[in-house]
Every structure is written in C-alpha cells, then in structure tokens.
Design a protein. Structure first.
Length: 259
C-alpha cells in the first residue's frame, strides 16, 4: 500500500534542472512495482508551470497559454517524443531498481499518544480526543478509535504529513462526550508492528478532578507553611544561642545562683 506513494515522494524531486529563467522537474509514478509507470516531465518559467510531458498520453500538454507554441512544436517532433518515452525506462525504471531494496527493508515504528482537549467551541460539553501517530515509515498505516471495545466510525483524519526525515505524521480525531467508566482506545496497524498496537485513555470524573486539585493545593500550602515554620524555628534557635552563652558566663562568675 505504501510502496507506490513512497516512491512517488522520493522520485518527485529525483531529477531537476534549473536556469535563471526556468526549471524542469521529472516525476515517476508507480503502480504494482514497475508493472505500470507514469512519467511526468514538468517545465516551469518564473515559478509558473507552462507545460508537461505525460508518458500515459505520449505527448506534451500545455498548462498556460505561454506554453502552447512550444507544445505544438514539440508534439510535431517525433524524435523528441521518442526520447521522452525512452526516459520512462532510462530514468524511472532504473531508479526504481536501485532504490526499491531500501524501501522494502526500511521500517520505523510509529510513536502513538492520545491528547484530550476540552471546551470545544462548537460543542462545549464534548471532548476532542486526538490520536497522534508520528515518526513512522513506510507511509501505509491504519488507525481506528474504539469506545468500550466498539469502533467509532465518525472520526476526522489529517492529511499524511512528511516530516522531512523520511518519516510521516498523521492525526485522527474523535469528538465525544465521555462518561465515567468509559475506556477509549486508539488502535494502530503498521508494517513495523507484528500486530495492532493500542493506547488507552479514560476520563476523570469531576469529583476526581476536584480531589486532584485539592490535593495539589494542599501540598503547595503545606510546603509554604512548612517553610515558614522552619524559618521561625531557625530564627528562635539563633536568638537562644547568645542567651545561653551569657547565662554560662554569669554562672561562672557568681558560682551559680542566676535563674
């Protein structure tokens, strides 16, 4: 599933040439290995695409009006068209054979976490659960949300994001109204795992949250009063030392008797 997409992303910038005024970029799109290959050679001028060659159609296609004269001329030149078609094997097929073993062997396991978000503007009483799956390869991945063991069909998925380091990132979101005792599960299936991997999330009741905050406040207050008490104790100890020393001197001079 991921092989074709990975190859497209890798070879999309595989062959480029630039000048001060224009640039050319070749793309190779694969289906079922090399059984079907589509090559696009795209031509730009001042960052605007003017025309491209499509191996599926065997000819050049104009994108902008400025490219139409060149398209007409190139499509009448049989040698140019034959050379472009030959690039499907010269560039795309050869590149696939060189790099494919790397993609077939490479596996990077996804990192999975669940993040709850309350106070949604559209539904203030609901919670948005975000299952973030990042840093994985290859791109093919399946992510599902479950509530108490039952799959939740109404989810939102972001586009697959390339991280720039040959790994991918995606998020799948579930808007729900959690109840006490519910167990939410984000399940991920990927080629790097032997089987499905799950991460669970359980809502806290309002009383549990209240107790947690009470406990935190109690700890903070305890630390504050504890620090104050320690400071007073040390201050008193510091004041007692001279008194004890003076008492010892007078007792030495008068042989006791000072109470």
């Amino acid at each position: 599933m991921g092989s074709c997409a990975d190859w497209r992303r890798f070879l999309r910038s595989g062959r480029e040439s630039e000048s001060e005024t224009g640039s050319t970029r070749s793309e190779c799109h694969f289906s079922n290995g090399t059984q079907r290959i589509r090559m696009l050679e795209r031509h730009f001028f001042d960052r605007q695409e003017l025309l491209y060659f499509d191996s599926d159609r065997g000819k050049f296609v104009a994108v902008a009006e400025l490219g139409e004269p060149e398209v007409k001329r190139a499509n009448q030149d049989k040698d140019v068209l034959r050379s472009e078609m030959a690039d499907v094997d010269r560039f795309c097929r050869v590149s696939y054979e060189i790099v494919d073993p790397f993609f077939q062997a490479r596996r990077v396991q996804p990192k999975v976490k669940i993040t709850p978000t309350d106070n949604i503007e559209s539904s203030p009483h609901n919670t948005l659960l975000i299952c973030t799956v990042g840093s994985f390869f290859p791109a093919g991945i399946e992510i599902k949300w479950f509530r108490n063991g039952k799959e939740e069909p109404k989810v939102w998925t972001t586009d697959l994001i390339r991280n720039g380091d040959w790994t991918f990132h995606i998020e799948v979101m579930l808007e729900t109204k959690p109840e006490r005792g519910d167990v939410y599960t984000c399940q991920v299936e990927h080629a790097s795992f032997e089987g499905p991997v799950t991460v669970k999330w359980e809502p806290q009741s309002d009383s549990a949250r209240s107790k947690m905050w009470t406990g935190i406040v109690g700890i903070v207050l305890g630390l504050v009063f504890g620090a104050t008490g320690l400071a007073l104790y040390l201050k008193n100890k510091k004041g007692e030392a001279p008194k004890k020393a003076a008492k010892g001197i007078w007792e030495g001079l008068w042989g006791g008797g000072i109470g």
